[in-house]
Design a protein around this ligand. Sequence first.
Ligand code: ZN
Length: 562
Amino acid sequence: MSNSQMFSVLVCLLSITVLGTVRGSAQVRTQGDVTRTTIDDKIRRFVPVEISGDLTGLSINDRRALSKLVEATKLVDSIFLRQVWSGNSQVHCTLEANDSPWGADIRHYFNINMGPWSKLDRDEPFIGGVPALKPPGANFYPEGMTKEEFDSWQRELPEQERSQATGFFTVIRRDNDGNLFARPYSEEYREFLEPAAQLLKEAAVLTENPGLKTFLFLRADAFLTNDYYQSDVAWMHLNSPIEPTIGPYETYMDELFGNKAAFEAFITIRDEEESGKLEKFSSHLQEIENNLPIDPRYLNSSLGKLSPICVVDEIAIGGEARAGVQTAAFNLPNDERVVREHGSKRILLKNVQEAKFRQILIPVAFSAIDPDQAALVNFEPFFTHILAHELMHGLGPNTINVGGRQTTVRQEMKELGSALEEAKADVSGLFALQFLIDKGVVEKSLERQMYVTYLASMFRSVRFGTNEAHGLGTALQFNYLTQEGGFAYDDETQRFSVNFDTIRTGVSKLTRKIMTIQAEGDYNKAKELLGTYGVVKPEMQAILDRLSDIPVDIEPLFAPVE
Ligand code: ZN
């Protein structure tokens, strides 16, 4: 048993003895009509997959550093469990202590969700005795505190205290008189952050990479001082075979204000091969921009420095990263001051993308794609298109001029912005790869595979509806390209295929259409385009209906790092 495992057992024992029974008397029984079979059905939506990376390129000391970081993810789990809800750690401990097979199933599903609410079922509870509604303020605020109470309190505070109260890294609690106050994470989670900081320092001593050393020492300090700025900056400049992301980051779980950051960890190693490919593409970006199929006056004659992109393989995760659907890519940090001064970094988790591809996209392809073309669906073109998608976010119109006014695409497109921008990155990503294939930079053998793989991936994207930016942006592309003759439906097989004679022209036309709307900042045209094409038509719906048995996501199983 490692130190941190021992530690979490101790924490469980401690909280059971101190508090006696579980809050709200949560027993190992399920909620409402959830039966053992339905729990099994819920679990089956996540297909277990082993996730690992090639560690042979790491020095012995880096490998030892890596195992320290993997150990630290367990402490991140403990913090996150506590952040979800005030009774969460106790329910977790009760489940850990129950060794009946029934208990094991519930524990399994609890661990997938990192709490008693089922993420894929609109946060319905699946354990009895827990609140019917997941607390919108999580455990960041006192139970029962209203938004109004918080606002009228924080408004009266002096500047510095107010920024603490509304900041990322404090929880709000009540004192004995019932008054609100802010407590820094460094105090609230000290029992976990002190040993985590120790592990980070040990890893820092072990590694020979100076950038990684700096980041780990600074992040360890941040855990204890609650000031994350310097360590976020160091993370931005990291250039190391081990790429760790560990700390308080995303604020989605604070549904009251979106202020408080949940703890998570992604311990990853850099994928050298894909990083090389990325570098190769990057050297052609200005050329791609100059050749975009739009009016030359909208072209950017000198692309600025683009945000860094890292391709990595996941080795371990912790905290929020475990909960529900697995992250395949992320952009951090969120702190606007760091972003303003140093930009942000995009991390692509290649082995997670590959696991999702094999477990979900391949079965989708067999249901959706004409049998003659299904064999062209492959991971290499899939991932190469993801790289192109990410790079294309940096090309095309960004700062624009509307009626003599300097503005940005994002500002003018308002709530339609993300769907349009995602569609742009997808379709112009195909355009860019075709351009590189024609120039001989990318192998010709990828050409057909790329279009068919992309068609298959569209069904995965719209599978869960068009009320989210990616789904809506995909429906737009699917219907537009079908209308242009790029995709054809076969009534007999009830499947789609790519028409290789027309797809290129369709891709160019749609790239032009979207980028021109963006360059002109024309909100009404964007609304019309998405209104016309951003829908699911019957042929597509019939295929989506056939996908119900295919897993929704993966449940990652990590190989231990020795
Ligand atoms: Zn994107």
